[in-house]
Write a protein that binds this ligand. Structure first.
Ligand code: ADP
Length: 382
């Protein structure tokens, strides 16, 4: 057990947004110290961490300072430059490793990894030239989705192609960068599974979450997903097997499609806490954030059992358009919890916080959380 990083040590976090904030809260609750590195001062995680280093993610000198001050370093999002993480790996354990992040931050590497290991993915082709684009369109057919290999998030960096004639224009719109073209899948629903893995290879798998998106941004997530138990087991086993194949130390969220034709397909990998796991903060024996701390510190993992079904609804900046949301009105529902991330400026589309509701059934939890979110728009003293 020499390799256990005990409470009292310092955990470093690349990225000071809401995920970093919740990692820092979990770390501090367990008696660790937390230092975050983020380009913006007074970032959401910086507000709760012991210290924040303000520097761009490409600043290797700042990253090395973080490394020297910490016993282990993690990242709240997969787009921290893998080169920066690799540069500090000789100084401090980085979990998940730069190798895992390098795969997850490039759709070509990610899909190739999954396909080569026999995991089910939507049909796809790599697009690096006009010739490859035209070849890919004829092989995949339409409708299809063209996605940039790097830098895409919340639906940015992707274009749907309805007809082969649109392919070249779509690629131009994306700046003719490296892309993947994938079949457009008719979705029955979208689900995700979070897996934790520590250095000893012990694994813990969360229940399946069922997700809805609005404008390509996660809108609601319900745990347990309302799918057949056999499909849920398949999804959990798929996520576990991928985490093992990647040798992840930390968390891995596997986003999946349940296709209308019955296929279960992997859409994306996120080697970090995930928005669809926020239910675990209020409803699970061990939250995904505590689980991450345990995994990267090589402690035994906690139970992933849910106390009750739960649902979350994201709160985007748009909610502030008519003034400050009516928090008290939403919290009149006693099983609703409010999480705000400490972001000063409520810009449209920006994730400002979320609500969680627990209930007897997933349907009731979802109904309740949506009712709470509607109440945020209620006028004062109504
Ligand atoms: P991002 O990384 O920007 O979140 P995703 O690849 O996860 O991008 O796509 C965002 C959303 O777009 C998905 O959650 C899904 O709703 C839809 N989508 C993406 N790819 C496909 C596809 N091949 N077929 C059908 N819908 C898709």
């Amino acid at each position: 057990m020499d390799d256990v990083i005990l409470p009292g040590n310092t955990i470093g976090v690349f990225g000071g947004g809401q995920l970093g904030r919740m990692i820092a809260i979990a770390a501090k609750r367990m008696g660790y110290r937390a230092v975050v590195l983020d380009p913006t001062p007074d970032c959401p995680a910086g507000q709760v961490a012991d210290d924040e280093i303000t520097a761009p993610y490409t600043d290797v000198t700042a990253a090395k300072e973080l490394a020297r001050r910490c016993a282990v370093v993690t990242a709240e999002f997969e787009n921290v430059p893998a080169d920066t993480l690799e540069a500090i790996e000789p100084i401090v354990p980085v979990r998940p490793s730069s190798r895992v992040l390098r795969i997850a931050q490039n759709r070509i590497a990610e899909k190739t990894f999954l396909a080569e290991h026999g995991f089910p993915v939507p049909k796809f082709r790599t697009v690096r030239s006009r010739e490859e684009l035209l070849c890919a369109v004829s092989e995949i057919g339409c409708p299809a989705v063209l996605k940039t290999a790097t830098g895409g998030y919340d639906g940015k960096g992707q274009v749907r192609i309805e007809h082969p004639d649109e392919a070249e224009r779509a690629w131009e719109r994306l700046g003719k960068v490296d892309c993947v073209l994938e079949e457009f899948v008719l979705l029955e629903r979208e689900v995700s599974v979070i897996v934790a893995r520590n250095l000893r290879g012990e694994e813990a798998v969360y229940p399946v979450a069922e997700n809805t998106h609005s404008r390509h941004i996660l809108d609601t997530s319900v745990m347990l997903a309302r799918i057949a138990p056999e499909l849920a087991r398949q999804a959990q086993e798929l996520a576990r097997a991928i985490a093992e194949a990647l040798s992840v130390v930390g968390l891995l969220c596997v986003e999946m499609f349940v296709a209308q034709d019955g296929r279960l397909l992997v859409n994306e990998l996120a080697p970090r806490p995930h928005n669809s796991g926020h239910q675990t903060f209020d409803a699970a024996v061990t939250s995904q954030f505590e689980q991450l701390v345990r995994a990267i510190c090589n402690l035994p993992l906690g139970s992933t059992e849910l106390y009750r079904p739960a649902a979350i609804a994201n709160l985007l900046g748009d909610l502030w358009e008519g003034g400050e949301p009516n928090w008290a009105k939403a919290l009149e529902l006693p099983e609703v919890k409010l999480h705000l991330y400490g972001k000063a400026e409520p810009r449209p589309g920006r994730k400002m916080g979320h609500l969680t509701a627990t209930a007897e059934t997933p349907d009731d939890a979802l109904r309740k959380v949506l009712e709470a979110r509607r109440r945020l728009k209620a006028k004062e003293a109504s």
